[in-house]
Design a protein around this ligand. Structure first.
Ligand code: SF4
Ligand code: SF4
Length: 80
């Protein structure tokens, strides 16, 4: 039985087409102070980054330091 019936959204989204984790990049994982990002394997055998815990501080280095601009952090309206 699945744990969840519907997909949930997380504040940090990675564009898999831009992510170069397959070439060894781990920048976003390394800069996150909360250690909530991970490199994961995709079904097609390539790698990408994913938010694995929704514990974001919205501090932004993952988005700012990604060499291919693959990271988008959605800051909640009330924090803007
Ligand atoms: S920093 Fe960017 S390119 Fe590198 S693993 Fe993270 S999302 Fe992918
Ligand atoms: S915004 Fe900060 S806390 Fe959130 S995923 Fe990026 S580096 Fe981690």
């Amino acid at each position: 039985m699945p744990l969840a019936e519907t997909l949930t959204s997380v504040p940090v989204v990675i564009d898999d087409d831009k992510c170069i984790a397959n070439k060894g990049c781990t920048v976003c994982v390394d800069v996150c102070p909360l250690d909530v990002l991970r490199i994961v394997d995709l079904a097609d055998g390539t790698k990408t980054a994913r938010m694995t815990y929704d514990e974001c501080w919205y501090c932004m280095p993952c988005q700012a330091d990604c060499p291919t601009k693959a990271v988008t952090v959605s800051i909640p309206y009330l924090l803007k």
